[in-house]
Design a protein around this ligand. Sequence first.
Ligand SMILES: Cc1ncc(COP(=O)(O)O)c(C=O)c1O
Length: 378
Amino acid sequence: MDIGKIRADFPALKEWTYLDNSFVGLIPRQVKEGYDEFIDEWVNLDIKGDRTILSGWLGKTNKLRGMVADFVGAMPHEIAFTMCTGAGINVVVNGISWEKGDNVVFPEWEHNPLDTTTLRRNGVEIRALKAKDGRTEVADLEKIVDDNTRLIEVSQVSYVNGFRFDLKEVADIAHEHGARVLVDATQALGVLVTDVGKDGVDFLSAAPYKYLMGPAGLAFLYVKEDALSELEPDRIGWKNQIWEGDRAEEPPEDNESAEKFEYGTIHFQGVYALEKSLEYINGIGMEAIEKRVLELSGYLWNEAHDLGNEMYTPEGTKSPIVSFFEPNASEVASKLMAEKVKVTGREAHGGHIRASPHFYNTKAEIDRLIERYRDIVS
Ligand SMILES: Cc1ncc(COP(=O)(O)O)c(C=O)c1O
């Protein structure tokens, strides 16, 4: 990995020590070129043959569907484009035919917890797993799962302190009880190698504007092939229903494809941008990215630990996110920002600083964060 060359692709790094990818990732100039390509095509009406501007956008979307599928180990017809992580989670929750007495299980610190109107209206019991010492262990999760559990939701990486689940273990527990597992992968994609097939995940929802260095306003949902028929689309529009005269015709082709959840025009400019993000990341390679980020975050954990602060991220967590307790978290984060060092300061859980490097960061930048932090709090 030629870090000097890579860093030149991220204009913001000239000015910033940017260690806040779990908040919003930086995008390289190549992704901006994707955005520009979309606008240039539209402004100049750059269409050829019988390709209209819309058919061009839809063609690009289907190409991206294949790229996203490859990226997470899925098949193209298992991918639906959505607006955000929460939109994909709602497709799953609203698409299941719930029965009174069903229950759902999730760790208490989920970013988009399964505590929804649909579930409450259907008399579904909501079971949240308490975190202990910064961990929500699979063994404790298993204790609150039973044969009435229909859905278990976990984040691949906790946005709070980077805690990670072994997705295969969670999926195995879910399947033993006839339940499905839904993964929020927004804090993982682009930094951890993800393979839905290998892990046996049923649903995965993710937004690309963090470590995937992609657009905001476009996201995707993976629905395992054998779960497609269990989910009814909760929203209807021109793309998944044809209404001719006085009756709805059979839905267009591919009813048994996740595309049935796409009901209208999507964020096509984001499609152009995400294609470039994936090309960029694939060009480096996910294994190499994961290795480098975990090295950097391991270094960061040790340095933060040496400050003497209590760590929120449990020791040994192999995660892109490192959090440590700091009672004046917001104020400290603002002071760091004034010095062009960007991390997140959260008041929740007694206050903590959350830092999250990406492959373009360096140990020298982590040293700068630690030094500036030490000066500010001393
Ligand atoms: C775990 C997790 N999921 C999802 C999101 C974003 O949700 P959405 O894409 O619905 O805006 C975040 C943002 O911080 C997050 O940390």
